[in-house]
Design a protein around this ligand. Structure first.
Ligand SMILES: [Zn+2]
Length: 255
């Protein structure tokens, strides 16, 4: 797909039932009934409009699965746990999309590859005991949220912690050595990419040095690893470069 031919489609909200596959009713009730801006976590604020925002963000991610697209959404999702918000994340968009693919599209095996600079502790937690969903994460470690260190894995959870300062070369060789073999062995029907861009060299939050062409190459290497592919935006905190990085990644992820 050429970039100037990209089709932009507005998403529809997910249903409560679709989100409850990953989150408790009590937690969603709390989000739905917030009347004033509320600190749900040390760094996660939600307001009276957040519930509508999370329905839309999750719904866009389901739409991306349907179309083989990239869900450009806020808030992000990969730190969100079943019962609570964390790290700017309220609802785990990638997890809701994985369950949707299984329950409504009949896809058996779903892989989630998370290249956000932070470990996706929420996604890992939701699928820890589920061998139908593979979670693979590359992230800076030790770093927020503290999970995903060496040896923290099981048959369908693969963590690739990387020291601060890694750039394209380290990311691509770690991808080839750890990520690609895990994905190939799992043989997913769908690959969901939790695409954060906070490993970029200019991102203010973390200490990695990935470049725009590096994200394009990561996308390109993901493309061949499953018959169906979709992506969802996670972190990325440099507003001037984020749109450029999304375009580069899209170029790699697209045919
Ligand atoms: Zn992040």
């Amino acid at each position: 797909m050429l970039l100037d031919e990209l089709e932009v489609v507005e998403g529809r909200p997910a249903s409560r039932e679709q989100i409850e596959r990953c989150h408790s009713a009590a937690y969603l009730d709390r989000l739905e009934t917030l009347a004033v801006p509320t600190l749900l976590d040390l760094d996660t604020v939600a307001t009276e409009s957040s519930y509508d925002a999370v329905l839309l963000a999750a719904g866009c991610t389901l739409g991306a699965v349907d179309r083989g697209g990239f869900a450009l959404v806020r808030p992000p999702g990969h730190h969100a746990l079943t019962e609570r918000a964390m790290g700017f994340c309220l609802v785990n968009n990638a997890a809701v999309a994985a369950r949707y693919a299984q329950a409504e599209l009949g896809l058996g095996r779903v892989a989630i590859f998370d290249w956000d600079v932070h470990h996706g502790n929420g996604t890992q937690d939701i699928f820890w005991d589920d061998d139908t969903v593979l979670y693979v994460s590359m992230h800076q470690w030790p770093y927020y949220p503290g999970t995903g260190g060496p040896g923290e894995e099981n048959e369908t959870t693969v963590n690739v912690p990387l020291p601060a300062g890694c750039g394209d070369e380290e990311y691509l060789s770690a991808f080839d050595e750890r990520v690609a073999p895990a994905l190939q062995a799992f043989e997913p029907d769908l690959l969901l990419v939790s695409a954060g861009f906070d490993a970029h060299v200019d991102d203010p939050l973390a200490g990695m040095r990935v470049t725009a062409p590096g994200f394009r190459e990561l996308g390109r290497r993901c493309r061949v690893l499953a018959p169906r592919l979709a992506a969802v935006l996670e972190g990325g905190y440099e507003p001037r470069t984020l749109p450029v990085l999304v375009r580069y990644a899209l170029e790699g992820l697209s045919e």
